[in-house]
Ligand binder design. Structure first.
Ligand SMILES: NC(=O)c1ccc[n+]([C@@H]2O[C@H](COP(=O)([O-])OP(=O)(O)OC[C@H]3O[C@@H](n4cnc5c(N)ncnc54)[C@H](OP(=O)(O)O)[C@@H]3O)[C@@H](O)[C@H]2O)c1
Length: 318
């Protein structure tokens, strides 16, 4: 099959981005994957992909180094901006560690896209930029018109949500001012098999459940989507000419206790939490808009089984 145009994936070594790179290569795109430090051993899965495919070029770039982004994006017709800090614990300096790379980093990527005359950008935002909104009516399912309240994120010290909300709203403002064509994808909690060797924040959520890391566990409503389905959504947003605006990307709504019951029935040998505390979190989001674009998702069991098998293979459950 003929090679497609060049595209760039930022933060190519991350959990989601690695699957985006893999999907793009399988569809014969020529991919520039940006990494902060290409020599790092943690990117060995990408080095393997680079060896196996003539279509992957790994390049060094940092979100806060504009010139490095310009060189990485040069010659690309499309950009998938995936990189952003996703902390798994509280960070001492959220302005520097989370907000700046997310917000300034996103604007740097978009400016570089404009300079390189990129035709289409897909920005991976998050449901965290949707759901932190106490004014949204409790009985109404949240759709793409709902935005997290920045002041509320700040007062509740939810720096990650603030970073994603600011970055996405700035991205839309940039698009309005410059005419750069962007589409955003807002996934909920992403699980699924890992390609990378390090453990990212959302993978840690499931690992800690399997290893009794949360005891007692808050019986929260969880909104889960498979990383492979997220990659498909991202590509669909890029390839479908009718794609526009934001897309919430979620598949399964499940209480934490029901998730644990499911895991225990599949894997009785692991030490899942037995005690639960009740909490109020009834926000629900809908991915109807994405489904109207043609997006489909796999069953939750498949996601759980493939996740656990990949953790076993990586020795994370020993
Ligand atoms: N996982 C989820 O549940 C979830 C849900 C909704 C949205 N998302 C979004 O999906 C995207 C990917 O998340 P993930 O789960 O794949 O997390 P991840 O595995 O931690 O990947 C994050 C990536 O961002 C890169 N990065 C961070 N700061 C950077 C900087 N200053 N310059 C360049 N790269 C930088 C990291 O690069 P290094 O490898 O150099 O550290 C890493 O590749 C993020 O935008 C996140 O907000 C994730």
């Amino acid at each position: 099959m003929a090679e497609k145009g060049g595209v760039c994936v930022t933060g190519a070594g991350g959990f989601v981005a690695s699957w985006v790179v893999k999907l793009l290569l399988s569809k014969h795109y020529f991919v520039h994957g940006t990494l902060r430090n290409p020599k790092d051993e943690k990117y060995s899965h990408l080095h393997r992909m680079e060896k196996e495919s003539k279509n992957l070029k790994l390049v060094k770039a940092d979100l806060l180094d504009y010139d490095s982004l310009v060189s990485a994006i040069h010659g690309c017709t499309g950009v998938f901006h995936v990189a952003s800090p996703v902390p798994s614990t509280t960070v001492p300096n959220p302005e520097v560690e989370v907000l700046e790379p997310a917000v300034k980093g996103t604007l740097n990527v978009l400016k570089a896209c404009l300079e390189a005359k990129v035709k289409q950008v897909v920005y991976v935002s998050s449901a965290a930029a949707v759901v932190m909104n106490p004014s949204w009516p409790k009985d109404r399912v949240m759709d793409e018109s709902c935005w997290s309240d920045k002041e509320y994120c700040r007062t509740t010290k939810n720096w990650y949500s603030l970073s994603k909300t600011e970055a996405e709203s700035e991205a839309w403002e940039f698009s309005r001012q410059t005419g750069l064509d962007i589409v955003t994808i807002c996934p909920t909690l992403i699980l699924g098999p890992i390609l990378q060797s390090n453990v990212n924040a959302s993978t840690l959520v499931l690992l800690k459940i399997l290893k009794d890391g949360y005891e007692p566990l808050e019986n929260k409503l969880r909104m889960i989507v498979d990383v492979r389905d997220v990659a498909e959504a991202i590509l669909m947003a890029y390839e479908k000419p009718e794609a526009e605006g934001r897309y919430i990307c979620t598949a399964h709504l499940i209480k934490a206790k029901d998730l644990v019951d499911k895991l225990r029935s599949l894997y009785p040998q692991y030490n899942c939490p037995k005690n639960f505390t009740e909490v109020e979190n009834e926000e629900r989001v809908s991915s109807e808009k994405l489904q109207r674009l043609g997006w489909r998702y796999r069953p939750l069991e498949e996601t759980l089984i493939d996740s656990v098998e990949s953790y076993r293979a990586a020795g994370l459950l020993d």
